[in-house]
Design a protein around this ligand. Structure first.
Ligand SMILES: Cc1cc2nc3c(=O)[nH]c(=O)nc-3n(C[C@H](O)[C@H](O)[C@H](O)COP(=O)(O)OP(=O)(O)OC[C@H]3O[C@@H](n4cnc5c(N)ncnc54)[C@H](O)[C@@H]3O)c2cc1C
Length: 471
């Protein structure tokens, strides 16, 4: 019997000879098959498994739904522990006047949002992948989403986590009500500016421990909102609108998402794509709350007249959901299409850098210039309202991908020069570790290595994520 076959789990493990292990062998960007998979049902079971793996120095990776964009949730060795069976919402209540929800790590974000909404509360984080992404994982990546423009990142809502360390020790990390913390998009690695270990686990990409319970703050249900798809004649007029909407005082959007001309071609493949937007060059998908009656006037004040006239508004739940699905169709169809080129070493190279919104124009000029020099198709879409649009370069083979990755490094250096970060929401995982030194000094990286060694001395957890294995 191998060491892995002796893992003391009550739930039977999946091993490499079982064809169903295939469904745990890739995330959005990378393929790798672990030696075994545990779909754990019980925290005590995970505790005992970790004790054993730590003693035997068996690598352990955690995963939710494996929608990660960085290889962070895939493992090429050791044990993969999936949270898919740990999907209970344990409590929704109020403490010291504040509403909270406590849940297991495998709860799907859209299920959590729906359940708390029934009780009159709102859980704001809304990653585009919310119908798949699981709570523990979104804490581990400090996920954001379209509504983060108004409501901030996942970090802002994490009140407490219960964790199993590499050796199975249980720990609780929480945030005091008055404690301050930076509510900005991620930069890279552990958040060294905080002295609360909670902040190392948020965005820690499964490298420090297993999050087995999460308590998040809830806020009262927000007012009604409308969604809009706004056509622009070109990319830079959409960027101008974004900058004035975010930095001015006339309009307070909940979300501003960019869909450039190339991304629009993917959106158009959705059967619900509205015919009257067929000739648009670039779109902005925007959401705005209103108090009493639907009021477009704030938005109209800063829109070019033609855009104000042609924009498509959604006010009913059904219309808004259709617009959300249209927006979400872009990454879904893009990822599905470009995954076909993996076998030739190609696929998409996606950026996750961000810049302060006033620097967006300079950054996008740079992206266009470097993109043209590269000579490969690329598209820009998503969270532009936070200075965080994703640039996806489309590569047919390994040679193109190498060149696209070199261009990504250049763009990340530029983003850092402009005061931004290299990975706003996806993390670094395994495939973007070379971004860490662009963002962090060697002293900061050394400090991260010390933190990792302190919590996981044998370096068994999330091996290959964020830091190269120097254990
Ligand atoms: C179409 C699409 C759209 C997306 N849109 C967004 C977006 O808008 N915003 C955004 O932030 N991200 C987005 N993502 C990326 C991804 O969905 C998020 O990173 C999400 O948080 C991952 O959730 P998951 O359940 O799939 O986790 P996985 O991919 O399985 O895991 C992600 C990370 O969490 C760790 N992890 C998982 N569970 C635990 C646990 N219990 N304890 C410790 N570590 C754990 C894993 O080891 C890994 O490092 C998108 C991805 C896709 C494919």
């Amino acid at each position: 019997m191998t060491l892995l076959q002796k893992i003391p789990s009550a739930t039977p493990l999946l091993f490499k000879d079982d064809p169903s292990i295939e469904s745990y062998s890739q995330d959005t960007m990378m393929q790798a098959t672990p030696d075994a998979v545990l779909r754990a049902r019980d925290i005590q079971e995970i505790k005992e498994v970790l004790e054993y793996c730590n003693a035997e120095k068996i690598p352990v990776t955690f995963c939710g739904s494996q929608t990660s964009m960085t290889g962070a949730s895939v493992a090429s060795e050791g044990l993969l522990i999936s949270t898919e069976k740990l999907e209970k919402i344990l409590d929704i209540g109020r403490l010291q006047g504040k509403a909270y929800a406590t849940a297991q790590p495998g709860v799907i974000i859209s299920d959590l949002k729906k359940t708390v909404a029934h009780e009159g509360w709102f859980y704001p984080p809304a990653p585009t992948s919310q119908d798949n992404a699981r709570l523990g994982a979104t804490v581990s990546t400090n996920a954001t989403g379209e509504d983060s423009l108004q409501y901030g990142t996942t970090r802002k809502y994490v009140r407490e986590i219960k964790v199993l360390l590499a050796d199975g020790t249980e720990k609780i990390f929480s945030r005091k009500p008055e404690e301050s913390f930076p509510d900005e998009l991620n930069r890279a690695g552990y958040l060294l500016s905080s002295s609360n270990p909670l902040d190392y686990f948020i965005g820690g990409e499964g490298t420090l421990g297993f999050i087995y319970e999460v308590t998040v703050d809830l806020v009262p249900q927000p007012p009604e909102y409308f969604s809009a798809l706004i056509p622009f004649p070109d990319l830079f007029s959409a960027i101008d609108f974004t900058i004035s909407a975010v930095t001015g005082k006339k309009c307070h959007p909940r979300a501003i998402e960019l869909i450039d001309h190339e991304a629009l071609q993917y959106m158009k493949t959705h059967p619900a794509f509205p015919k009257n937007l067929a000739t648009a060059n670039t779109l902005i998908y925007c959401k705005q709350e209103y108090e009493n009656e639907v009021d477009f006037s704030e938005l109209e004040k800063i829109l070019p007249p033609q855009a104000a006239q042609e924009m498509l508004i959604a006010t009913t739940e059904k219309q808004k959901e259709t617009m959300r699905l249209l927006r979400h169709h872009i990454p879904n169809s893009l990822n599905e299409h470009w995954r076909k080129f993996w076998s030739r070493g190609g696929g998409k190279v996606g950026s996750d850098w961000w810049v302060p919104v006033p620097k967006l124009k300079e950054m996008i000029h740079y992206v266009e210039q470097t993109g043209k020099a590269l000579g490969l198709p690329f598209m820009i879409y998503a969270h532009v309202g936070m200075g965080h649009p994703h640039v996806n370069t489309l590569c047919k083979n390994g040679e193109e991908k190498c060149r696209a990755l070199a261009t990504l490094l250049k763009c990340c250096r530029k983003a850092v020069t402009l005061g931004g970060g290299v990975c706003g929401e996806h993390g670094i995982g395994k495939i973007h570790r070379d971004l860490l030194p662009i963002q962090c000094t060697s002293e900061a990286i050394e400090k991260m290595i010390q933190i990792k060694k302190e919590w996981d001395p044998h370096w068994i957890l999330g091996r290959g994520n964020i830091l190269a294995n120097v254990g």
